[in-house]
Design a protein around this ligand. Structure first.
Ligand code: COI
Length: 351
């Protein structure tokens, strides 16, 4: 698919209505948008029903709700992208809907159907259309939440649930180089735990080591597996890949690693490029002789790792236009924004 000429881009942009945002200043922080979507599951109905768009704002819940007391909750993250002709594309929303169902099962929660999930995401994006950044200047990050909102004082699954979708325009997750520190003490996930789903409780337990690492100038942490402490697993909000020769490897997702949708997409794109893609246990010592390392995630997209520090030893990696990470990034975002033909049916046009 060819690009629009500069003149055509200007004409399309003039027709579109945009919120008053400095798009070039966007990072990964909340910009309040106009609407959010809310749908409830009640003990009486035993289903999610009457989903509706409401003005974005604070919500009320019982102080004894399951999410507040026992962390019975999940979230998802996906993005809407503006095309050059101002159309809006969602990227693989079915995958998020299915991942939420798997997570809900693990957390003993009911979940919206795939159709309800996608419908809610579409409605949220379209209601907040003016907040979808112009082509090439960011994306609208969509955050579906599933929470136990019934009254529950005892330790047991909630009686009632709320599915809520909000959105915020975002730019880069990390500005600047990605310098990782290997966390040798705190483990992010344990076998049999919830590391493989997007439980809300997976994230704040790493704030302490993450804050300490940031105070030392690192951008993020790289976690090791809890069983042996010798294999790499993932970052605090991203998956990891290493490149050596023609082989790209990423840790296997068997319960402690999030099965990222960007991870899965990058594996397919890399194999299409002719690389051998392996999912396996990756000993930390392999990062010392990797040619390139990169992280993937919905928020992160694809980003080269500039350095990894482990037990005081720092290794630096190749960055810039010649890296595989850059080529993968260009192809992925090309598909996400409609610039590159979507042969696999990953995108959904909603405008
Ligand atoms: C995402 O990439 O959507 C994530 O889940 C990362 C988020 C925790 C910021």
């Amino acid at each position: 698919m060819g690009s629009l000429s500069k003149q055509e881009q200007v004409e399309c942009r003039e027709k579109a209505e945009y919120a008053n945002v400095n798009w070039d200043e966007l990072g990964f922080a909340l910009t309040k948008t106009d609407y959010m979507y809310v749908m409830n599951f009640t003990e009486e109905e035993q289903k999610f029903f009457n989903g509706t768009l409401t003005r974005f704002g604070n919500i009320e819940m019982c102080p004894s709700s399951g999410i507040l007391n026992y962390g019975q909750g999940l979230f998802e993250g996906l993005k809407a992208y503006r095309k050059e002709d101002e159309g809006i594309l969602l990227f693989r929303p079915q995958e998020n809907a299915l991942r939420m169902k798997i997570g809900a099962d693990r957390m003993c929660m009911p979940s919206p159907t795939v159709d309800q999930f996608i419908d809610a995401v579409k409605k949220t994006v379209l209601a907040n259309k003016r907040w979808v950044p112009p082509y090439g200047r960011g994306s609208l990050y969509v955050r579906p939440l599933l929470m136990g909102t019934g009254r529950n004082l005892g330790v047991k699954p909630s009686s009632d649930y709320t599915f809520l979708v909000y959105a915020s325009p975002v730019g880069n997750y990390h500005k600047g180089d990605l310098n990782l520190m290997v966390e040798d003490n705190v483990r992010r996930a344990i076998p049999g735990g919830t590391g493989g789903i997007k439980a809300v409780t997976n994230y704040s337990p790493v704030y302490k080591p993450l804050t300490e690492a940031k105070a030392k100038g690192f951008s993020d942490l790289l976690f090791l597996d809890a069983s042996t402490g010798s294999n790499i697993e993932e970052g605090s909000a991203c998956n990891i890949f290493i490149l050596k020769g023609n082989v790209i490897s990423t840790p296997t997702t068997h319960g402690t690693i999030l099965p990222g949708i960007t991870r899965k997409s990058i594996m397919e794109i890399a194999s299409d490029f002719g690389y051998q893609v392996e999912e396996r246990a990756i000993p930390i010592k392999e990062v010392f002789d990797a040619e390139e390392i990169f992280c993937t995630g919905t928020a992160m997209v694809v980003k080269s790792v500039a350095s990894i520090t482990y037990q005081g030893k720092r290794i630096e990696y190749k960055l810039g236009v010649e890296t595989l990470a850059q080529k993968l990034h260009a192809t992925l975002t090309g598909i996400q924004t409609g610039l590159i033909e979507d042969k696999l049916g990953w995108t959904m046009l909603i405008d």
